[in-house]
Design a binder for this molecule. Structure first.
Ligand code: AMP
Ligand code: MG
Length: 419
């Protein structure tokens, strides 16, 4: 059986970014750039003042203590004449530096009296001047292909006059939930039935990742219907299924995919939960068969699908961030597969604490509520103890909940790894 690392490498090797699309800058928030972007002009466009104050030639101060105020330079306007030696111009932040000036003194650092000003403290030549092109020059590379556009990048590109950008397309993901026992939310399950919670769980994760979700109607465990639905889902950029990939008599997803020309990447990975996860392509379209158990579906989503989505959407780093954290409860090792445990992250005095959820059963949704991270416990690992430092994979950024000093050890519950 493949290890997690080997299986993940298979996914990343198989996939490449979707084609680019051009978007108006504001709509590109959260996307990855598909091209390098260069500045269309110098920024600032001209030497200008960094403060509200007075502009003048620094050499004037060598000649006299007081300068005559000759007028005002506003942002968006300026000052039409050359400023002569011995004179100053009142200037607003962002106004172009008038001709003849090389220095600005801040309003709060002058004594102003009867149309004359006197600096209260020594002034250096060039004080409070922002020079043309000091932020960036026309033609200079501002951002590289693969960069995620967040607020800071959007602001930078706007300042450079970049109104439209080439970004990678976000995948449109077909989501097919399978199982004769499933009923839609809003229907009270009859005997032997359960609500199709995976649809909501995985749709929510896809939306959190910025994808467009295309939910397909529940597929029954019946070859004809299942194959038809799978074929439909292959119209998307990526097809996700849940259920029907284990060893049961009605686990038909792989064999129906085979009828459609499935190229197997892998089936089964040495992880817990999520061992039966299936990956491959049909005519180039990637397909993941996630296990039906909710926590197994969510774990394999995090471990394989999320990196795949990020690779398709062109992000430079498809892998989730990790951080170091202190374990607040004992964790049993010794399993034959690599285990992934859901847990909460709290911040305490500048360090993170990881508290494993008390329920880790793959059949439950409950262990995932409030979960912010996954702890990987290697196969055949010794037990891990309260107070051990571990590295965890972050699903969500910690909220910085402060639990007070001495919080380690408050939670003595031991997670049960039994399924
Ligand atoms: P399977 O992988 O099809 O053998 O399903 C494994 C377990 O997950 C069974 O208990 C199913 O009832 C449950 N399950 C399968 N699909 C879903 C779903 N869409 N929502 C909630 N539970 C599911
Ligand atoms: Mg099933």
């Amino acid at each position: 059986m493949l290890t997690y690392q080997q299986a993940l490498e298979t996914v990343l090797r198989t996939l490449s970014p979707l084609p680019a699309e051009e978007l108006p800058l504001p709509e590109a928030l959260g996307r990855a750039l598909a091209r390098d972007v260069v500045a269309g002009w110098d920024m600032p466009p001209a030497d200008n003042s960094a403060m509200d104050g007075f502009a003048f030639a620094h050499a004037s101060l060598a000649l006299r203590d007081e300068l005559q105020v000759a007028g005002t330079a506003r942002a968006g306007g300026g000052f039409a004449q050359k400023v002569s030696v011995g004179a100053a111009v009142k200037i607003m932040t962002g106004a172009p530096l008038p001709e003849g000036c090389d220095t600005v003194v801040a309003l709060e650092d002058v004594v102003e009296d009867a149309g004359r000003i006197r600096p209260r403290k020594p002034v250096k030549k060039g004080d409070h001047v922002r020079y043309r092109g000091e932020e960036f020059r026309e033609g200079e590379e501002l951002l590289k292909e693969g960069t995620t556009l967040r607020a800071g990048e959007i602001g930078l590109l706007a300042s450079a006059g970049v109104a439209r950008v080439q970004v990678y397309r976000q995948p449109r993901v077909a989501l097919l939930t399978t199982g004769d026992e499933l009923v839609d939310l809003g229907v009270r399950p009859g005997p032997g039935q359960i609500v199709n919670s995976n649809l909501y769980l995985i749709s929510a994760r896809l939306r959190e990742e910025g994808c467009t979700v295309w939910p397909l109607a529940i597929a029954s465990d019946q070859r004809g219907a299942l194959t038809e639905r799978l074929a439909q889902g292959l119209e998307a950029d990526l097809l996700l299924t849940t259920g029907g990939v284990s060893m049961g008599d009605y686990d038909l997803v792989q064999s129906c995919l085979n009828d459609l020309g499935f190229q197997l990447g892998f089936w089964k990975v040495a992880i817990k939960p999520g061992k039966p996860v299936l990956f491959g392509t049909v005519k180039g379209t990637p397909v993941f068969g996630l296990p039906g158990n909710p926590a197994a579906a969510a774990a394999t989503f995090q471990l394989f699908v999320r990196p795949a989505l990020r690779r398709l959407a062109g992000y430079r780093d498809p892998l989730a961030p990790h951080c170091r954290a202190i374990l607040t409860a004992r964790v049993h090792g010794g399993g034959s597969r690599q285990c992934f445990l859901w847990g909460r992250i709290d911040e305490e005095q500048g360090r993170y604490l990881f508290t494993p959820a008390s329920r880790q059963s793959s059949g439950q949704n409950r262990g995932m509520q409030q979960a912010q991270a996954l702890l990987a416990v290697p196969a055949h690992s010794p037990d891990l103890h309260r107070g051990d430092e571990v590295e965890v994979m972050l699903l969500y950024l910690p909220q910085g909940n402060f639990r007070g000093p001495g919080a380690i050890g408050v939670d003595n519950r031991q997670p049960s790894l039994d399924e």
